[in-house]
Design a protein around this ligand. Structure first.
Ligand SMILES: CCCCCCCC(=O)SCCNC(=O)CCNC(=O)[C@H](O)C(C)(C)COP(=O)(O)OP(=O)(O)OC[C@H]1O[C@@H](n2cnc3c(N)ncnc32)[C@H](O)[C@@H]1OP(=O)(O)O
Length: 170
């Protein structure tokens, strides 16, 4: 079982320096984009690569929009969550204040795409970030930019009263 307090307790370890090349930990086990225990999730796997974060991702039938094509919201979910891995490089939790996604080409189901995100600049609590999604030929299929704002743990406790402990699969 994982409560909000248990999740927050793991963050001390997560928001510490991770070596270049390291596999970065999921935000928590049921995170929609990166949680390994979320049956509806994307199971995004992310590594640090220098000052960027990197993933290779395949969307599947659970994330369908038009037939054979990933739903735009699913693509946005993955890009938004990828930004959440940059936070492990900054050492502090933050949340999305604004997200903009440009869809250059359809993202096909069952096809591998490469995703890279970086911090463009930091101003006080504000982190301006950008990400690209490319096909195996290097063609840009989506571009995202976002503003993340650093928050303290109290922000996440807002969800505690309506977040029953999540059962882990046996
Ligand atoms: C642990 C990480 C997990 C990551 C998971 C993946 C990402 C997510 O899914 S996060 C979930 C989705 N996001 C949310 O739920 C956030 C909901 N929003 C909120 O709770 C609040 O709006 C919150 C906390 C972000 C900001 O509130 P608040 O502290 O009042 O900040 P606010 O005053 O609006 O803005 C702060 C600063 O940013 C500036 N700002 C706000 N919006 C913009 C913008 N679009 N562009 C430029 N600047 C902006 C403001 O002008 C202000 O600047 P300054 O401090 O210089 O005056």
């Amino acid at each position: 079982m994982t409560s909000v307090e248990e999740i927050l307790a793991t963050w001390l370890d997560k928001f510490k320096p991770h070596e270049d090349g390291a596999l970065l930990p999921p935000h928590h086990d049921h995170c929609l984009a990166c949680g390994p225990d979320n049956p509806h999730g994307h199971h995004l796997v992310v590594h640090r690569r220098g000052e960027e974060v990197h993933a290779v991702h395949v969307f599947d039938q659970r994330h369908v929009g038009a037939p054979g094509i990933a739903h735009g919201g699913a693509v946005a979910t993955v890009l938004d969550d990828l930004f959440g891995f940059l936070l492990y490089l900054t050492g502090a939790p933050a949340v999305t204040r604004q997200l903009e996604v440009r869809y250059d080409s359809p993202v096909l189901l069952g096809v591998a795409y490469e995703l890279v995100a970086k911090i463009v600049r930091a101003e006080g609590r504000k982190l301006f970030v950008e990400a690209e999604m490319r096909d195996t030929s290097g063609g840009l299929v989506a571009f995202a930019s976002a503003l993340f704002l650093r928050v303290d743990e109290a922000h996440f406790r807002q969800g505690a009263s309506n977040s029953p402990p999540l059962a882990r699969p046996i």
